[in-house]
Design a protein. Sequence first.
Length: 842
Amino acid sequence: GFKTLWLVGVDHAGISTQLQVTKKLLKEEKKTRWDVGREEFTKRVWEWKAQYGHEITRQIRREGASVDWSRERFTMDESLSRAVREVFVTLFEEGWIYRGFRIVNWCPKDKTVLSDLEVKEETKKDGKLYFLQYPLKNSDKKITVATTRPETMLGDTAVAVNPTDERYRDLVGQMIELPLTNREIPIVADDYVEAQFGTGAVKITPAHDPNDYELGLRHDLPQINIMNDDATLNPEAGAEFEGLDRYIAREKVVEKFEELGLLEKIEDYEIVLPHCERCQTVLEPLLSEQWFVNMSEMRDLALNLMRTEGAPHFSPRVPYEKVYTTWLENLKDWTISRQLWWGHQIPAWYDAGGNVFVARTAAEAFDQAGTKDLRQDEDVLDTWFSSALWSFSTLGWNGEITETEDLKTFHPTDVLVTGRDIIFLWVSRMVMLSEKFVGEKPFKDVIINGTVLGKDGQRMSKLKGNGVNPLDVFDKFGVDATRMTLAGSATGADFAWRDEKVESYRNFANKIWNATRFCLMNSEGAQVDGASLKNAASIADKWIVSRLNKTAQAVNKALGTYQFHEAVQLLYHFFWDDFCDWYIELVKDEITGGKYSELIEDEREDDSLADFTVLAKQNDARTRIITILEQSLRLLHPFMPFLTEELWQKLPAISSNLHNAAYKSAEASIMLADFPAGDSNLIDERAEAEMQIVIDLISKVRNIRAEMQIKPADKPVIHIAANADANRIFAENEAQILKLARAEGLVLGAKLDVPKASAKAVTTVAEIAVPLEGLIDFEKEIARLENQAGKLETEASRLSSQLSNANFVDRAPAEKVQEIRDRVAEIETQVTALRQNLEALK
RNA sequence: AGCCGAUUAGCUCAGCGGAAGAGCGUCUGUUUUACAAACAGAAUGGCAAAGGUUCAAAUCCUUUAUCGGCGACCA
């Protein structure tokens, strides 16, 4: 009955996609992207996308997701691209976007810059630390620096020491003759250097290290870039090194130092290296001119939203709210340009003089520049820049159009379901840009799913080969079972994949199928009818109706707080334990006619009143069980859509009359029926308590049967001693007790009167005895009774000690104290009975 | 320059202030006409360790250990 929208779509995954097509091009045609050119290359990417891009949405369809496919979007759709240009230009005009030289993360393989979030730090255990000696000018002295990247010494423009370091104080201001180059570089003093680390002297390479860059600015040092974009050395490195790969150059530099007698030592050293998240290549910090977003105001938009509204609300709140806020607080500027061809080309144009014109279209840029002799920036934007606009760009906002019916209806959206790895990359940026451009949050809630780990408990990865393909799981166990498995894992918690888990939900699906089959086999004269739940007469009927409604309420509550796993557990146990194992068995005779069939056969000839009464009773029972089943299917439907729809359609008298009022005219489907809310008026605590008494009795008798090895075919008489109330309940349910306990008679009374050769048990309200004639093994029976008594006594002594604690009695809530007193009394009665029985046996 | 998690039955995990739970596995029975992918019954826990708070702690606090995630320029 609510207006809802699940909008699905995909981003263009700039780097990954370009990488795929680049590989394909190289493999099939032995060409690089430059060989085919920008236009042809992007054409190939669109072709690739057409072929493979639907894989994800195909999987989502197969999952049975309730998506509005008519609104599917792609980040490079025309309107979404228009939005990207609009946002870029606006931010530039307002001074939030700028272009500048910075040390950036450079991937020499993909030949593009990466944002800090796309960098994966990995520890290299077999790294080396090289100690190089630099000779001082006009002196025999040398100063030793330690480095993990000796080749960068070719770009050194200083050596720095700590100003308080006594060892080097005299050297500050002196010059060094930098080996392998003909350059002289100064020794400078800076607080950045830690005297205790390494030799206390640091080589400074401003063009190849972020810290050195900063230090270089402070001391006005030259920046010498010695590398090409593929991490080979350029002419600045000297003729001897030009063209060499960075690692070859490293070896060569070390060799040369050794020849010169300037290599002091090499130590083993564990080093942390930045890698490209996509292609795993070791990144190179490089001085480069890029586009950036200044995040200081953006950050405040997001932080204020959290401070004032607590939005977005994360589930689970711990730890993600803090993770999110802490990250925002320490936010640095965002590098948004990428040296790729696949993506949104930056709407900036340059004239011959290098002046920049940022505009929504080329025409606008020409107007600004007063000339058409402009060249558009070749770079594209970070994919996440367009994804950041997703919440509103997909609903029609593109700068030109800023108000749409969809935006009014669906924005802010209710919930974003995502993984923790993109909280910074995506979630935070959507919040910032939505606040900035539509003036409201993109979503109220964010659900962070756990990560599904491989069978080995490790993150899935192609390298480890521990991945699980969902499509294979669908084929093997069914989509519904897979959905139950995923929904059944706690929100936000990681879990190791186990086929066994899906298998158990596959079994559950099978259970639902079989239970429905049973109901349908006995559905003649029945129909789905809500009224049948309101006029339940027997204890068993009232009990199951109560359990159903209680479950429905609890499921609704769990879903309201995104506790999907709790809803799954509730439904699993209600359906399997309560409905199948107890209710179906309790009413089986009534439903199948077993109890009445003879009667009906006999009286079929004449239309006697008895015949009608019996048939009417049977139809009532059938209608009731079908109705309970129908409600259960509705509750299960969001989790197991395929199975429940299939079975629901088979139920008697199914029609669109069962739909929510809004959909009465539509074709009958469980999807359009109301989700049961649970009716408090149908919750009957008394019936549940009374049914529990019957269940306890049956369980105890079954326990005796199993432990005393009574053959299934043997049907004993059950003797029960209980008060009048309990005996009334047993009498009312005699038929069910006899059937489920496989007994042939019930003897009810206030006291037991049975032969010594009887097996005994106690429940909270009754003493039970099953006479076994010659079959009983007294030793075994004594052990059984001792065991029962022992357990109860342990519990009683623990509770008694609580009661004897004055503090507990005084300070705990009175009802808690009373509860424990009642329980102790209950146990004492049971133990007394068991002890008397034991005495009688000895 | 840390910040978070996690540690509960053989395994995978719920529970997060008032009697230790589930699924799988294990053991015993059972071709009971919805279901052997099932049914009935059973066994199995110093809730990581040590302190503390509380009438009451698996649950809250502190410290420690081990594992994991995110972050971090120590050359």
